[in-house]
Design a protein around this ligand. Structure first.
Ligand code: ZN
Length: 369
């Protein structure tokens, strides 16, 4: 195991080094249409039960430490999520070969840099934002981008795919993620129009790019001598939620099922009880010291408990309101959950109560119909 000092000492996020700060829109150029790509891999790995798929790519090799550069602090960028704090997106080096792209107002990404190439988790919300991420990766390495993992079906994690397709990457997703990306594409596009408008992005540039490789429960990718382990524990925030372990770096990427100090969108959740149980499983797992979430800053094991308690509390409280015969409007007016006022996305509370009402009263998720 080879862990950079910056990682070892990282009790909290501000101990990480932030690099490549810049205003997204300033560096985005017109890209035009994506050229047809050469498919390096045209296989679909479908595994039933708890089978394990292993895909080996590249020769084993040592990971070289990579440098990081700091630029001038940028100005605010508006994103689709509320509240828009204007915090600049940054890249944090969390291990010798592992980088966390952190955008408080948007969605995060992770990239692993090896001698065999680069692996990326999640591509941001538009091909131009994806291109911006590629440019940030290029400040660290000129190795080819070999793999992209889409951690769940939401457009803010997949709509940058076109830029990575043009760069020659092969796409991986859990089966449910691949299925849902296709199923809800029109709805995803519809709910992201404000983001496109705010950022002056052309919605027509977004292309639905589905996985080249899918998996069921678990899969490992070996790249440049590093293992990247994809794991599916069942539906959390939504079906398809994929966790990714970097065993050598003792780092765990978490999808929508865990985000730090953030009230999640529950329009896609099929069972809050199962979600809370899934977090028990993740919290009890060995093999990681640091969490790189899909939203929010770098986190640690104890932060999982915080989210679990919030979810259980919010769910029980709304369930109680339904049981008392409160209408949705009454519940939205009465249940203000002031204890979560400083959480990310607290401003979406009313729609979260509505989402829970739908689940509790109908047992259905209209978003998937
Ligand atoms: Zn998201």
């Amino acid at each position: 195991m080879n862990i950079a000092p910056v990682f070892r000492n990282a009790g909290r996020s501000n101990t990480f080094r932030a690099v490549n700060m810049e205003k997204d829109s300033a560096m985005l150029r017109s890209q035009g249409r994506v050229a047809p790509r050469k498919r390096l891999v045209a296989i679909s790995v479908l595994i039933a039960g708890a089978a394990l798929a292993v895909v080996s790519v590249g020769a084993p090799g040592t990971t070289r430490p990579v440098g990081a550069r700091a630029n001038a602090a940028p100005v605010a960028v508006a994103q689709s999520y509320e509240p828009h704090t204007g915090q600049p997106a940054v890249v944090k080096q969390v291990a010798s070969d592992l980088y966390f792209f952190y955008d408080y107002d948007g969605s995060n990404s992770v990239f692993l840099v090896t001698d065999g190439g680069v692996l990326v988790i999640d591509t941001r919300e538009h091909p131009r934002a994806g291109q911006n991420l590629i440019e940030r990766i290029r400040k660290v390495t000129d190795k080819p981008i070999r793999w992209v993992i889409n951690s769940h079906f939401h457009g803010d994690h997949t709509y940058g795919n076109a830029a990575f397709q043009a760069a020659g990457a092969t796409f991986v997703a859990q089966q449910e993620t691949a299925r849902l990306m296709k199923l809800v594409q029109p709805k995803e596009m519809a709910r992201r129009q404000d983001y496109f408008k705010e950022n002056h992005y052309d919605p027509n540039e977004v292309k639905l790019i589905l996985a080249d490789v899918t998996f069921d429960d678990q899969m490992s990718i070996y790249l440049g001598g590093r293992e990247v382990r994809l794991m599916y524990f069942g539906p959390g925030q939504q079906p398809g939620d994929t966790f990714v372990l970097f065993p050598q770096d003792r780092a765990l990427f978490t999808p929508g099922a865990f985000t730090k100090h953030s009230m999640p969108n529950m329009a896609f959740t099929t069972s809050v009880d199962n979600w809370v149980k899934l977090l028990d499983r993740v919290g009890a797992r060995n093999g990681y010291d640091v969490i790189l979430p899909a939203h929010g800053d770098v986190a640690h094991r104890e932060d999982i408990k915080e989210l679990q308690s919030m979810l259980a509390d919010e769910y029980a409280t709304v369930k109680g309101a339904v049981a008392k015969g409160m209408t949705l409007a009454q519940a939205q007016q009465t249940l203000t959950f002031p204890q979560y006022k400083d959480w990310r996305n607290y401003s979406r509370l009313k729609s979260e109560i509505q989402n829970l009402y739908e689940l509790i009263q109908t047992g259905k998720r209209r978003y998937f119909e």
